[in-house]
Write a protein that binds this ligand. Structure first.
Ligand SMILES: N[C@@H](CCC(=O)N[C@@H](CS)C(=O)NCC(=O)O)C(=O)O
Length: 227
């Protein structure tokens, strides 16, 4: 088995085991624990930026979850879970695939940083308003469509779900009232591929699909006596 996924627990690298389970392709999963918050040396040994995920395939070592997703789909998955240009939902697929890492995730990270400034700067309120708008747009989309690209479950979903679930252990996003998003998350966790990936990659982590934010990662570490 040549494809290895390096997964940092409680991180966006969860996207890749999920993708591989959905594609039903073989892979070796190497799990790395946070130390206690950031990446351990073993991730730096693979990626000088110290970020996960990282995949290895023969002589290749590749980071960036979007790049890894496209690589896996086209090298190992016969293009499945991507929509081709001929598909009626191609543009939607592209939009939501890129939305995850180019819009949703950066806006959450901005809120996380601004929320730590004391006193809170006016830009925090502005960013929060903008983020609510973003959630409204996603909620509306998911109220009318089962999956982000439309009728088909795609890699756009694999790219996005981390930012609506696990990331909330780091920034307490409240999804209460966003019924389109919450129903979507229920559909996600019923997928066999999701269940299998979760059991292998983060078996001890709860699903984080309620409106209320989950226990924070810091609190978990304190409870476990690791901080
Ligand atoms: N844009 C990158 C971001 C990767 C990233 O920041 N990963 C985080 C996990 S969510 C990480 O490795 N954090 C540990 C650290 O920075 O020490 C991707 O999509 O792969």
């Amino acid at each position: 088995m040549s494809l290895t996924i390096h997964h940092l627990q409680f991180s966006q690298s969860e996207r890749l085991p999920w993708l591989c389970e959905e594609l039903q392709i073989p892979y070796t999963l190497t799990i790395h624990q946070r130390d206690p918050i950031f990446s351990p040396q073993s991730i730096y040994d693979l990626n000088p930026l110290g970020q996960a995920p990282v995949i290895q395939d023969g002589d290749l070592t590749l980071a960036e979850s979007g790049a890894c997703t496209e690589y896996i789909i086209h090298k190992h998955g016969d293009g499945r879970l991507a929509l081709p240009p001929s598909h009626k939902s191609y543009a939607d697929y592209l939009y939501w695939f890129h939305f995850a890492n180019s819009n949703l995730q950066p806006q959450i990270l901005l809120l996380l940083q601004l929320s730590r400034v004391d006193p809170l700067p006016p830009s925090f309120a502005r960013s929060s308003e903008r983020f609510e708008k973003l959630l409204e747009v996603m909620d509306s989309r998911l109220s009318k469509n089962d999956w982000l690209a439309g009728e088909n479950f795609t890699a756009a979903d694999c790219m996005t779900v981390f930012s609506l679930t696990t990331v909330r252990a780091f920034y307490p996003l409240n999804l209460t009232g966003y019924q389109g998003i919450l129903s979507y998350l229920q559909r996600v966790v019923q997928r066999e591929g999701f269940k299998k990936a979760r059991a292998k990659a983060d078996p001890e982590m709860e699903l984080m699909i309620d409106g209320k934010p989950p226990l924070s990662y810091m609190e978990r570490m304190k409870k476990a006596g690791k901080m």
